[in-house]
Design a protein around this ligand. Structure first.
Ligand code: FES
Length: 351
C-alpha cells in the first residue's frame, strides 16, 4: 500500500478530479509540509500564531486609543516630534492587518495544494453538467484548502477577522458631538465663541502681517486670522481655533452694501465674514466681485456679501456670520467684537 500524505493526495485530486492538466514542463517539488506531518503541524502553529498576534494588536489598538492622551508627543528620527497616539494607533492597526495577510500567505504557501495546472477555455455559456461540476469543484476546493481540516488555523483566522473591524468602530467615537448635558455646552455654544474679541488685530493668513484698509482695493479679497492665532497654535497646540476664527475680508463701494447685520459693521466698504461654510463647514474663498457673491466649492452654496451674507443658492440653511470691524489708533483693521452668531456647519441645529 502506498503511503501518501494528505497534500500529496490533494495534488492527485487536482489532476484526476478537476479535469485540469498539470503543467508538464514545471516539475512539482514537494514541500516539507507535504511529506512530513510534523512540518505540517509546525506550519499550522506558525500561521495560527500570526492570527493570534493580529488579535493581540487589535486589543492594543483599543488600549492605545483609550490610554494615550492625544496631546502626548514622541520623538521619531527623521519625523521629529509626532503625536504618540497617532503613532500607536497606526502601528497597531498596520500590524493587525499585516499579520492577517502574512498568515494567509503562509497558509497558501505551506499547506494549500500548490500544483501548477492549466485549463482550456470553453464556450461562455456552460451546460448544466459544467455548472454541477463547478459546484462539486468548489466543494472539493473547500476541502482541499484545509479550512475544515486545520481547526487551529480556522478558529484563529475567524477570531482575527471578527476582531479586526473593531478599531473601525472605535474610531467612530471621534464623530461624537458632546451634548449639553455631557459637556455643559451645546455645540452651538462651542461654535459661538471664537478668538475674536474687541480690538483684536486682523492679520493676513499666511504672512501674518497686520492689514490696513489701503491694503485691500475695491473688489479685492484677503484671508484673515486673529493676530494671536500663531501663538495659540504653536504654544497651546490648539488647531481648532483656526477653524472657528478664519475670515475673509472683501472690499466693495460703501453704497453697494445693501444691508448688514446692524450699523457700523463695515469699515469704508470693507466687510468681514467667517470663512467656514454654514452648510457642512468647507472653507470658502471663491468671490465674484461683480455680484458680491461668495461661492462654496463643496456643494455650491452661494452667499451675498452685500446683503448680510444671506444664502442666495444651495443647501446652506444659514447666512454667513459677519464680524464687525473697525481700525485701531495705528490704522490697522481690528475686530469690534466676536461674531454675533455661531460659525461653522449647522448640523447642530437639527437636535
Ligand atoms: S459645505 Fe458649503 S455648500 Fe456644502
Amino acid at each position: 500500500m502506498t503511503d501518501i500524505s494528505p497534500n500529496e493526495g490533494n495534488h492527485k485530486a487536482v489532476e484526476t478530479k478537476l479535469g485540469y492538466s498539470p503543467v508538464a514542463d514545471i516539475p512539482h517539488r514537494l514541500r516539507a509540509a507535504d511529506t512530513d506531518p510534523k512540518a505540517a503541524k509546525r506550519a499550522e502553529r506558525q500561521i495560527a500564531s500570526m492570527f493570534l498576534l493580529s488579535m493581540l494588536f487589535v486589543v492594543l489598538f483599543i488600549v492605545a486609543y483609550i490610554a494615550i492622551d492625544t496631546t502626548t508627543t514622541v520623538y521619531i528620527p527623521v519625523m521629529g516630534d509626532v503625536g504618540a497616539s497617532q503613532v500607536a494607533l497606526g502601528f497597531t492597526l498596520a500590524a493587525a492587518i499585516f499579520l492577517i495577510g502574512a498568515g494567509a500567505i503562509q497558509w497558501a504557501k505551506k499547506l494549500m495544494p500548490d500544483v501548477e495546472v492549466v485549463q482550456q477555455r470553453h464556450d461562455q455559456v456552460s451546460p448544466g453538467s459544467a455548472t454541477r461540476e463547478a459546484e462539486a469543484n468548489y466543494e472539493r476546493g473547500k476541502d482541499e484548502s484545509g479550512f475544515a481540516r486545520y481547526k487551529m488555523i480556522r478558529r484563529t483566522l475567524i477570531g482575527a477577522l471578527v476582531l479586526f473591524p473593531i478599531p473601525l468602530v472605535v474610531l467612530l467615537k471621534d464623530l461624537w458631538v458632546p451634548t449639553k448635558a455631557e459637556q455643559g455646552e451645546s455645540p452651538a455654544d462651542i461654535l459661538s465663541t471664537t478668538m475674536w474679541t474687541k480690538d483684536t488685530r486682523i492679520v493676513s493668513d499666511g504672512t501674518y502681517a497686520p492689514v490696513r484698509p489701503e491694503d485691500l482695493p475695491v473688489g479685492g479679497l484677503i484671508s484673515g486670522v486673529p493676530a494671536d492665532l500663531v501663538e495659540v497654535e504653536e504654544i497651546e497646540g490648539n488647531l481648532n481655533a483656526r477653524g472657528k476664527a478664519a475670515i475673509i475680508l472683501v472690499r466693495m463701494q460703501p453704497d453697494e452694501i445693501r444691508s448688514q447685520q446692524g450699523d457700523g459693521w463695515d469699515y469704508q466698504g470693507i466687510v468681514a465674514y467667517s470663512k467656514i461654510c454654514t452648510h457642512v463647514g468647507c472653507p470658502i474663498a471663491l468671490y465674484e466681485q461683480r455680484t458680491h457673491h461668495l461661492l462654496c466649492p463643496c456643494h455650491q452654496s452661494t452667499f451675498d456679501l452685500a446683503d448680510s451674507g444671506e444664502v442666495v443658492f444651495g443647501p446652506a440653511a444659514r447666512r454667513m456670520p459677519q464680524l464687525p470691524i473697525g481700525v485701531d489708533s495705528e490704522g490697522y483693521l481690528v475686530a469690534k467684537s466676536d461674531f454675533a452668531e455661531p460659525v461653522g456647519p449647522s448640523f447642530w441645529e437639527r437636535g
